[in-house]
Write a protein that binds this ligand. Structure first.
Ligand code: HIF
Length: 267
């Protein structure tokens, strides 16, 4: 049996890294947990975090995963220290622990993923399953409905963009969504509603900025206020942090469970 408490303690202890972005690797670990899970398709049950297939082509070289090789490498010492823990479990647990350590809610999480060392081609999801930030509500719905989420789940999950930032050398976009990118909060929803977002004038891809020019939104973020059904939920979460935290906790927990096949009971 792995010592889960010790592993969680070790994850928490490695989050603070002064030389990394805003001083914490928490946001990039949340992105790793999500991208390893978000390839799931309920149509055929392929994709998801079971197998830790992001180590293998073509998932490893998917442009959407640019930069995540660094996050995976940062967790490798813990894989060595806890060899019985699969990478699929390690990557997803790290996301859960990071959200909680940055002030967010705890999501339900269960171990039991099995890594695939030499997956067959059909066992590694193809490129193109993760969302494209240049697109709007129909695309976001296509991608998240394919995983089995509804509109409310989509908005709840989106609150995770209170964390972290975009990097020109990874996605091509630039900047953080909030002034507190290492603090999990409902600030993303407040900013979506309150700020005036205008197209950034630059050579990079289309993105939006607040009047200060310091904060950003992707076209896919603004889709949440351009689409009336999404917007109602954005307004609700901007007002009611507790409901957002509760809904995020269960939607993120559900995301990390997608496609996980266990030979025995959950715990
Ligand atoms: Fe992100 N996301 N995401 N995302 N994401 C980026 C960064 C983070 C989308 C695009 C991007 C979710 C949904 C979507 C995080 C967490 C989540 C980046 C920048 C892009 C372009 C990458 C880079 O340049 O480093 C799109 C189109 C999504 C569908 C709407 C989830 C809900 C918000 C599911 C989610 O949890 C986190 C955290 C980061 C910050 C990573 C960092 O290194 O700081």
């Amino acid at each position: 049996m792995a010592d889960w408490f010790a592993l969680e303690r070790d994850i928490r202890a490695m989050l603070k890294q002064p030389e990394w972005d805003d001083g914490s690797i928490g946001p990039v670990l949340v992105r790793l947990a999500w991208h390893s899970s978000g390839t799931y398709s309920k149509k055929d049950g392929t994709g998801g975090s079971d197998g830790a297939t992001m180590r293998h082509a073509p998932e490893s070289t998917d442009g959407a995963n640019a930069g995540l090789e660094k996050a995976r490498a940062m967790l490798e010492p813990l894989k060595k220290k806890y060899p019985a823990v699969s990478r699929g479990d390690l990557w997803t647990l790290a996301g859960v622990v990071a959200v909680e350590a940055m002030g967010g809610p705890r999501s339900p999480w269960y171990p039991g993923r099995t890594d695939k060392e030499k997956p067959k081609a059909a066992e590694v999801p193809p490129n193109g399953r993760l969302p494209d930030a240049s697109q709007g509500a129909p695309h976001i719905r296509d991608v998240f409905y394919r995983m089995g989420f509804n509109d409310r789940d989509i908005v709840a999950l989106s609150g995770a963009h209170s964390l972290g930032r975009c990097h020109t050398d990874r996605s091509g976009y630039s900047g953080p969504w909030t002034n507190t990118p290492t603090r999990f909060s409902n600030q993303y929803f407040k900013l979506l509603i309150k700020e005036k977002w205008t197209k950034k004038k630059w050579d990079g891809p289309e993105q939006y900025e607040d009047p200060s020019g310091e904060l950003m939104m992707l076209p896919s973020d603004l889709a949440l206020i351009w689409d009336p059904k999404f917007k109602v939920v954005v307004e609700e979460y901007a007002e009611d942090k507790d409901t957002f935290f509760k809904d995020f906790s269960s939607a993120f927990g559900k995301l990390l469970e997608l496609g996980v096949r266990r030979s025995s009971a959950k715990l």
